[in-house]
Design a protein around this ligand. Structure first.
Ligand code: AMP
Length: 224
């Protein structure tokens, strides 16, 4: 099973991705997380990507596209859920072409729709677990609120240390990321429309303003 997920930053796309991944036993491939791993590991790629990420800009295609396609290739047997890529029309076209060349079929596209202002408010409250980026933590949502330990907030799943992403606390960077997402000409919405128009895989569009369980039920009820 190969699934593509779309949703603005703050729509709960990562959380839903983790749930879908569990259901199908497929790999969760997150372009942003791959970049963060590179930055943490101090690799050349990480050094190049960091300045773009900190500003909320897209990392250039010549770095991003080969990195993501290589990761996808490694999950060919197991199947994958791709999150954070494609983010532009050019990346959508590159992905479509690469899938055909690699003889990989896209089974489904999941789109989580969310109003821009709600998405922004949500972003500022989310926290990252040091042990596993699939552990959802958010200071504004009871269902995934971090827990307190020794006067400190820690991961509600494993007790791991929590941090906020620098680009999640910077309003200018958030606005830039959303400008890219909601752009229907060459941005991420153009990529969503590209796959809608392609007509190959079914596109499931759900209302992301509902709570995590409801959104999950909407998606699960429609997945093939
Ligand atoms: P995310 O965790 O998906 O919010 O991604 C964090 C940052 O990584 C983004 O703001 C971009 O700077 C970079 N990034 C992630 N995915 C892509 C992509 N498909 N193309 C270009 N840059 C990306």
């Amino acid at each position: 099973m190969n699934i593509l997920t779309f949703g603005p930053n703050g729509s709960g796309k990562g959380t839903q991705g983790a749930i879908i991944k569990e259901k199908y036993g497929i790999d969760h491939i997150e372009s942003g997380a791959i970049f963060r791993e590179h930055i943490k590991g101090g690799t050349e790629l990480g050094k190049k990507a960091k300045e773009y990420i900190d500003r909320g800009d897209l990392v250039p295609d010549e770095i991003t596209i080969p990195m993501v396609l290589e990761t996808l290739g490694k999950s060919k047997e197991k199947g994958w859920l791709l999150d954070g890529f494609p983010r532009s029309l050019a990346q959508a076209e590159a992905l479509d072409k690469a899938l055909k060349e690699a003889d990989m079929k896209l089974d489904c596209v999941v789109e989580i729709m969310l109003d821009r202002q709600i998405a922004k408010d949500r972003i500022m409250g989310r926290r990252l677990c040091a042990n596993d980026n699939n552990h959802p933590n958010h200071i504004a949502f009871d269902a995934i609120k971090p827990v307190e330990k020794d006067g400190k907030l820690v991961c509600r799943v494993c007790g791991g240390e929590l941090s906020a992403r620098a680009d999640d606390q910077d309003e200018g960077a958030i606005n830039k990321r959303h400008d890219i997402y909601y752009d229907e000409t060459t941005g991420t919405m153009a990529a969503v429309n590209y796959f809608k128009n392609l007509g190959g895989a079914p596109v499931i569009s759900v209302d992301g303003s509902k709570n995590i369980k409801e959104v999950s039920a909407d998606i699960m009820g429609q997945l093939p």
